[in-house]
Design a protein around this ligand. Structure first.
Ligand code: GDP
Ligand code: IMO
Ligand code: MG
Length: 429
């Protein structure tokens, strides 16, 4: 038995969905532990694409159990839509296959309204959130006023919470954010209806995982977002409102640290970022456009064009430390095909001195200049590679440079969006 945690090492969209789908073949259970439907995890199986926003990316396997942990913020409307879409694809989505933690927090319409109105009010200084109400929902969780999934079973408690919360939110929305207030009764009616539909999926996820551990099942923990979007360790305030780092797999799923056996970090072969915030290796030239187009770098959740740049290993090295990475999955290596020279950022120059790690201060970040190492690119198509020996020497050298500079071995190399477009060097399970 072994349990594996998958996390993003950059600013999200590294290809976690593809890798989790791939690794689910070896797992019995797949559990998400943080974030919400700000995530968009793309799976491509037999040429067909599916995007998971809340449901774990193992859901396409008919015999595996997927669990939504207590650490998530769940928009019930989006969850129900995802369940419907999967059923339309012919998949059985029943409580046998899917659990929703009773302790997960529920995204309410006022969370989305506050998220959107705040971004408008911030204007040029906006964070560029996904507008899904993620931050405001986590705020209520920490303020101890949140609605939890368990409240679906106690309509009176839920009604009372919605009433009390809306009184405060409407004041904030109208008096501070100049936005429209929300009516109480339609929110109550809508949520009572959705509660009935979702009630069968409620479960004690921590207990389910405990029982799985006792039967020596393999558990796969699926992170969302990325290490540098982490509320503590990311480019604050241009971050999300949860902890995507591996350590949070414990708190966000309800399992002890002794049950995490391998931490796999997903590294995109270059860097992307959606939304605002520092990005030292960003390319705003033709090379950036080349990567953006070849990589089809558009947000899986909001459709926004992703900012693109060279691989920043200062960022990835920080992630290796913050997550305790045992191995990497390097994704989208195929996107770099055709570039004459490839640059890898190995550290920053800050006020004339070399630094190895990303500074906490945004002002310092703004003064950081990338220190690059250059490697020759390759021209051959690599999307059919299935073994290391199928890769051109220069592509192997690029992978080796990543391993050498970070000290983390690459277990998986992804050369296309499809499940089969993968070189499995070593199995993390
Ligand atoms: P996630 O949020 O980390 O799961 O990543 P996204 O799904 O948001 O974005 C990754 C995108 O790259 C998706 O469109 C994937 O289908 C695609 N993808 C994943 N791995 C590869 C790869 O190795 N090569 C190419 N070309 N595309 C990939
Ligand atoms: P996956 O799991 C990329 C970004 C947003 C914004 C910031 C805060 O698909 O990798 P939020 O709505 O969370 O308050 O927005 O975080 N962001 C992501 N960027 N991939 C994601 O998820 C993201 N989830 C949030 O663009 O900059
Ligand atoms: Mg994504």
């Amino acid at each position: 038995m072994s349990n594996v945690v998958v996390v993003g090492t950059q600013w999200g969209d590294e290809g976690k969905g593809k890798v989790v789908d791939l690794l689910t073949a070896k797992a019995d259970l797949v559990v998400r532990f943080q974030g919400g439907n700000n995530a968009g995890h793309t799976l491509v199986v037999e040429g067909k694409q599916f995007i998971c926003h809340i449901i774990p990316s193992g859901i396409l396997y008919k015999d595996k159990k997927c669990l939504i942990g207590n650490g998530l913020v769940v928009d019930p409307e989006v969850l129900l839509e995802e369940i419907r879409d999967l059923r339309e694809m012919g998949l059985e989505i029943s409580p046998k296959r899917l659990s929703l933690s009773e302790k997960a927090h529920i995204i309410m319409p006022y969370h989305k309204a506050v998220d959107l109105a705040r971004e408008v009010a911030k204007g040029k200084t906006k964070i560029g959130t996904t507008g899904r109400g993620i931050g405001p929902c986590y705020e209520d969780k920490v303020a101890r006023t949140g609605v939890r999934a368990v409240d679906f079973t106690e309509p009176d408690t839920m009604k009372e919470k919605i009433r009390a919360n809306l009184e405060e939110k409407n004041f904030y929305l109208t008096k501070f954010l100049n936005a429209e207030p929300l009516e109480v009764q339609p929110v109550i009616d809508q949520y009572l209806g959705m509660a009935e539909e979702l009630k069968p999926f409620l479960s004690d996820v921590s207990l389910e995982l405990y029982q799985a551990v006792k039967t020596k099942a393999n558990i796969l923990f699926e992170g969302a977002q990325g290490t540098h979007l982490d509320i503590d360790h990311g480019t604050y305030p241009f971050v999300t409102s949860s902890n995507p780092v591996a350590g949070n797999a414990c708190a966000g799923a309800g399992i002890g640290p002794n049950q995490l056996h391998h931490v796999l970090g997903i590294v995109k072969a270059y860097t992307t970022r959606v939304g605002a915030g520092p990005f030292v290796t960003e390319l705003t030239d033709k090379t950036g456009d080349y990567i953006q187009e070849r990589g089809a770098e558009f947000g899986a959740t909001t459709g926004r064009r992703r900012r693109c740049g060279w691989l920043d290993l200062a960022v990835v090295r920080d992630s290796a430390r913050l997550n305790g990475l045992n191995s990497f999955a390097i994704t989208k290596l195929d996107v770099l095909t055709g570039l004459e020279t490839l640059k890898i950022c190995v550290g920053y120059e800050l006020d004339g001195e070399r630094i190895e790690s990303r500074p906490a201060s945004l002002n310092k970040m703004a003064r950081c200049k990338p220190i690059y190492e250059e490697l020759p690119g390759w021209q051959d198509d690599i999307t059919e590679a299935r073994e290391l020996s199928h890769l051109p020497t220069r592509a192997k050298d690029y992978v080796k440079a990543i391993e050498d500079i970070t000290g983390v071995p690459a277990f998986i190399i992804s050369v296309g969006p499809g499940r089969e477009q993968t070189v499995m060097v070593q199995d993390p399970f």
